[in-house]
Design a protein around this ligand. Structure first.
Ligand code: ZN
Length: 661
């Protein structure tokens, strides 16, 4: 499309006659006005929601297959975070999802951060099982700098009405989310920097243009964050011009916008919709034919009669020798009847292109539109489930069923937050589920304190019997427990940091935009420690009371803390990160199951009912004490947790030890 003034109809005709490409399936459509429409079907952030459910707003792979059968797209892609998220996927380390992807017929995907959750080696296997190219041009081996995934690009050749259109696809993952998976999962790999990723995108565009792609698609697991510091897909559109469509993912947004001439699309998340981009192209011959005389003057088009002479003199004999005079005559006839011809210089350039680069760009994108098919629209009469994919889905469910259905415990109340949005609830406050999980980590390890990061908790559990599948849905990462020895002073810093993250999460939630902090998932759910904090106090000085085992936290003493191996390396908690590992234990889901089966009802109920870290009012200096009643009133006003007042005697004691910090 960039070569429009240089390579016109002549070149197109030569290419068609000489037939430099083989044939592939016809999918694109030729419209009445001779334009050609290509279709791209795309998904993102499915997080293993594999099946159709109107109630859960998931469309599922069987209906996606039907959409593909109905629409006959030229390209089917996913923008990442597909292999992981629910027990259906994790029981088989993503293999179940890969099988369904292969049945659906994806061409390519960008890897999401969660796609690395089974380790980078497993992700390579999953790509093979899914028969889908995984594309991420910025994921390299740290040492060699070589690409980690085996393909740098997908170039798909579409034959339509005897013409060939090349779609070039490359992929990117945000460099900001390198640490959004356990370090072992991405060990030895680099995701680059925000700057280097833009340079990588520029190189990819140049490489695909050099291979004469008519349409360039970027698969990006980057997203539409309004955080202000995290990379946005806009930066790719602005920094690497020439991309026709960015199929985006990661931030779970619905995107459909033009940035710097690039269409950026994203479908939301959890299979709530399937996207379809229609790209309409006009070949340059047809475009040239439409140029009126005024435009022709601007770009230096010469009269048709002159063209025959130029062709006769400028095209080297070897180019047309095999076709002899018939080809030359055809060329001249075509150009004279259908197109405003090239000027002299352009024709010479075109001839040079023929000699050096037979597959030159010869189409122009004239429009791009995005349409979503939502779950509500995908009713059985309009989009019935594809029987083959439905049968495969049922077969996978059947083989997993005995594992998932095993009852491992019971809860008299829902374990979760005040809404059905666990992702949000667990980042905004302490939940009974978070306390129970953390208590299970102490139960299994014997640690004094335990913490679980909000990002590690991915589902809630309704009241009633708890089965193994539900536990895996809550803790799908396959993380394992570690214990570390951390000073009381560092534990206090962890409390302060988590409180600050929670405040920033609340601000983002109140704004209801995409400004969630990058570390929103580092908000902590605790066990084994009780603490109170005062939001009127400055950052880092809000915790005015902390007790472990009923005794005030001693900043100079070391405490054993249990947490998952991911949190143990979090840069949000340097004191925890740098502490040496004392011991490693079983997987987190196994720990919770053991707790449900062995810790006893009383301990479980105490954990879910008793708040640990609560809002309050710091006591005034002892010289000017406030009435206890007033302090109690303020400390009891947290509607989310609703815990009891801070005893006055304890406040006085906390004043004393606060001086130590
Ligand atoms: Zn993601």
């Amino acid at each position: 499309m960039k070569k429009i003034n240089k390579v016109l109809g002549l070149l197109l005709i030569v290419l068609l006659v000489t037939g430099v490409w083989g044939t592939t399936a016809l999918a694109a459509t030729v419209n009445d006005d001779q334009t050609i429409t290509l279709k791209i079907i795309h998904t993102n952030d499915i997080h293993s929601r594999y099946t159709y459910s109107a109630q859960n707003n998931t469309l599922g792979f069987a209906k996606l297959k039907t959409i593909i059968n109905q629409e006959t797209p030229d390209l089917v892609v996913d923008a990442g975070d597909i292999f992981h998220g629910q027990s259906f996927a994790t029981i088989e380390n993503g293999g179940s999802i890969a099988e369904l992807m292969a049945a659906v017929g994806y061409d390519a995907m960008a890897p999401g951060n969660h796609d690395f959750n089974y380790g980078s080696a497993r992700l390579l296997q999953l790509g093979t099982m899914a028969n889908t190219k995984i594309l991420a041009n910025n994921v390299t081996y740290s040492e060699s700098g070589n690409l980690f995934f085996s393909d740098d690009y997908l170039i798909k050749e579409i034959v339509v009405a005897d013409e060939v259109i090349k779609i070039g696809v490359f992929g990117l993952i945000s460099p900001d989310i390198y640490s959004d998976t356990a370090p072992a999962n991405v060990a030895g790999l680099s995701f680059g920097t925000q700057e280097s990723v833009i340079a990588t995108a520029q190189q990819a565009v140049a490489a695909l243009e050099a291979q004469d792609c008519d349409v360039i698609v970027a698969l990006t697991h980057i997203g539409d964050s309004d955080n202000g510091t995290l990379m946005r897909s806009d930066a790719i559109a602005e920094g690497a011009p020439g991309i026709d469509v960015i199929v985006d993912g990661h931030t779970h947004d619905v995107e459909n916008r033009d940035v710097n001439g690039t269409l950026i699309v994203q479908t939301g998340c959890y299979f709530g919709a399937v996207g379809e981009v229609e790209i309409t192209l006009k070949n340059d011959l047809a475009l040239a034919a439409r140029i009126d005389s005024a435009e022709a003057a601007n770009i230096g088009v010469v009269p048709a009669e002159a063209t025959a002479e130029i062709i006769a003199t400028e095209i080297p004999a070897e180019v047309i020798s095999s076709e002899d005079d018939i080809l030359a005559e055809n060329l001249i006839a075509e150009i004279n009847t259908e197109a405003a011809p090239l000027d002299d210089d352009a024709l010479v350039a075109a001839v040079a292109d023929i000699q050096t680069d037979q597959a030159a760009v010869s189409y122009t994108v004239v429009s791009k539109t995005e349409t979503l098919t939502t779950v509500a629209q995908a009713t059985d009469d309009v989009i019935p489930a594809d029987p083959t994919v439905a049968a495969l889905t049922a077969a996978i469910e059947a083989r997993e069923d005995p594992i998932k259905k095993q009852v491992v415990g019971n809860t008299p109340v829902k374990l979760g937050g005040s809404t059905d949005n666990i992702w949000q609830d667990v980042r905004l406050g302490e939940l009974n589920l978070g306390r129970a999980l953390s208590d299970s980590y102490r139960f299994v390890t014997g640690a004094e304190i335990a913490a679980e990061n909000a990002g590690g908790i991915r589902a809630q559990i309704p009241a009633g019997d708890i089965n193994k599948g539900q536990v895996i849905d809550v803790l799908p990462f396959g993380n394992y427990l570690v214990t570390k020895s951390v000073s009381g002073a560092d534990i206090k810093k962890m409390l302060e940091t988590s409180i600050e993250i929670g405040i920033n999460n609340q601000i983002a939630n109140d704004k209801n935009d995409n400004s969630w902090p990058g570390n929103s998932g580092s908000y902590l759910q605790w066990s084994g420690i009780t603490a109170q904090y005062d939001l009127a106090k400055p950052i880092g000085q809000r915790v005015f009371s902390a007790r472990v085992g009923g005794v005030d936290l001693d900043p100079n003493r070391s405490y054993t803390i249990a947490c998952n191996n991911y949190l143990a390396t979090s840069s949000d908690y340097p004191g925890l990160k740098t502490a040496a590992i004392i011991n490693e234990y079983s997987a987190c889901d196994e720990a919770f199951i053991s707790y449900l089966q062995n810790a006893g009802h009383d301990r479980f109920m105490a954990a879910i009912n008793n708040a640990n870290v609560t809002k309050g009012t710091a006591p005034q200096p002892a010289s000017n004490p406030q009435p206890a009643q007033s302090a109690q009133k303020k400390s009891a006003n947290n509607p989310r947790t609703g815990y009891g007042p801070w005893p006055w005697t304890m406040m006085l004691r906390s004043v004393a030890y606060l001086a130590v910090w």
